[in-house]
Design a protein around this ligand. Structure first.
Ligand code: IFM
Length: 470
């Protein structure tokens, strides 16, 4: 197998607005659900918030210069809805849009293709107060917001993503409550999932109407790779139920125009799904130009084990409330193998499986790895340099899987490392570092880690070097 990536392969890094921007109350921005949540005592580690984050709002030029130094050919960022349309309705705030105009101009100036995500979890608080994602109206608000951003930036940004990881928005936000807005209502979480799907479909149509036809529209799913603990029928059925709730619930309507066959029956004790209106499947099922996949680890599942000490080891934070409404008696187990600082098992073969699954699930649709990376316990050495050999090993393993998947026929067009730089890791606060660039949170100084240099060299050559230590 060649270790060379195809010509034109996009080499990227990703971030999101609330995790990096800061300037939480500047230029007309109003609170999003993550501002409210992070300011609520006990919700984030150490009470950390994104008020300042890594101050990207004021250091944007320096950050783009770093990207150029690394040789990135694309940069994936998200727009803060409450910076652009603070109340979630009405006209755009020009000062908010201007920040993204400047960012896009700077990227283009350095030959870096902007990849814009409209929604990475930061719903304007006013829309949450009006019902949030469980309310149908939020989907229409999102389409209006998408059209505003599309009209403002569609002439310069060709790559668009509607939603990032709607599973997290629906189920961590409204079922287990470990993410904003912190609600623990299983029925509301399924309503939220449907309205996120509708939001994706409506926004895709609105973007097509607002932008030049050449622009490409995608969605980024954190599709889970769910493996059975045994081949017993009960374990296989548990995998099927989790797979429907993790994956099919989004890719079903988005890619095929229908929810998974057994999802409604599985979740009948939670909701009757009467919030799905005639015509919704058609509205959600819009032609896409690419599918974004975010991958970190695999899940190991069985039918509930009465002795299952680790039955809740699903890697999604501590909550007595399950993020799997209606899944029934299912247990999660820690997959064997080395883990990252998040406690997530390192399994590059999962990325290969995921890419091949979607190559089959959506034939003809180009795939992008829109997030992949590892949290490590990074710290500068006495010389100030940050050596992160574990991250380099992680990236090497996963990029080898991408390369193998391409060889096996998956049409993978690009890879975005999560994350460009250390940032606010949601309920974990600043304690978990995913960046290729180290951020000193006292001074906000940026230092590329050894993994950033390693990635830059890979981008320069277009060829995966031998495995570290091989
Ligand atoms: O930091 C997050 C990102 O916001 C969404 N995907 C997973 C990352 C790591 O947890």
């Amino acid at each position: 197998m060649s270790d060379r990536f195809p010509p034109g392969f996009l080499w990227g890094a990703a971030t999101s607005a609330y995790q990096i921007e800061g300037a939480a109350a500047q230029d007309g921005r109003t609170p999003s659900i993550w501002d409210t949540f992070s300011h609520t005592p006990g919700r984030t580690a150490g009470g950390d918030t994104g008020d300042v984050a890594v101050d990207h709002y004021h250091r944007m030029r320096e950050d783009v210069a770093l990207m150029a130094e690394l040789g990135l050919t694309s940069y994936r960022f998200s727009v803060s809805w409450s910076r652009v349309q603070p109340t979630g309705r009405g006209p755009a705030v020009q000062r908010g849009l201007d920040f993204y105009r400047r960012l896009v101009d700077e990227l283009l100036h350095h030959g870096i293709a902007p990849a814009l995500t409209l929604y990475h979890w930061d719903l304007p608080q006013e829309l949450e107060d009006a019902g949030g994602w469980p309310a149908r109206e939020t989907a229409y608000r999102f389409a209006e917001y998408g059209a505003l951003v599309g009209a403002a930036l569609g002439d310069r940004v060709e790559r668009w993503t509607t939603l990032n990881e709607p599973w997290c928005s629906a189920f961590l936000g409204y079922a287990s409550g470990v993410h904003a807005p912190g609600r623990t209502d299983p029925a509301a979480s399924l309503r939220a999932a449907h309205h996120l799907n509708l939001a994706h479909g409506e926004a895709t149509s609105a973007l097509r109407a607002a932008m030049p036809a050449r622009n490409q529209i995608a969605v980024s799913l954190n599709s889970a790779v769910v493996r059975p603990r045994s081949q017993d029928a009960a374990d296989l059925d548990a995998v099927r139920r989790i797979d429907d709730l993790a994956n099919g619930i989004f890719h079903g309507p988005m890619l095929h125009g229908a929810y998974p066959e057994r999802l409604f029956a599985d979740t009948a004790s939670v909701t009757d799904w009467s919030f799905v209106h005639d015509g919704d499947p058609r509205a959600i099922h819009q032609p896409l130009d690419a599918l974004g996949l975010n991958y970190y680890t695999t899940s190991l599942v069985s039918a509930a084990d009465p002795h299952g000490a680790d039955a809740r080891a699903d890697g999604h934070g501590a909550s007595p409330h399950s993020p799997w409404p209606g899944a029934g008696a299912v247990a999660f187990h820690q997959p064997p193998g080395e883990r990252t600082a998040m406690g997530w098992t390192i399994d590059p073969s999962g990325l290969y499986d995921l890419l091949l699954r979607y190559a089959k699930e959506a034939p003809g649709l180009p795939l992008l790895v829109t997030e992949n990376g590892a949290a490590c316990d990074d710290a500068p050495g006495p010389d100030g340099a940050v050596h992160d050999p574990d991250r380099i090993r992680y990236l090497h393993g996963h990029l080898a899987s991408v390369r193998r998947a391409i060889e096996a026929g998956a049409d993978v067009r690009g890879y975005y490392l999560w994350s460009l730089m250390d940032n606010f890791e949601w309920s974990y606060g600043f304690g978990k570092r995913f960046g290729a660039v180290y951020v000193d949170y006292a001074t906000l100084a940026r230092t590329p880690k050894a993994s950033a240099r390693w990635y830059a060299e890979l981008i320069r050559t277009g060829e995966l070097p031998p495995a570290p230590g091989a």
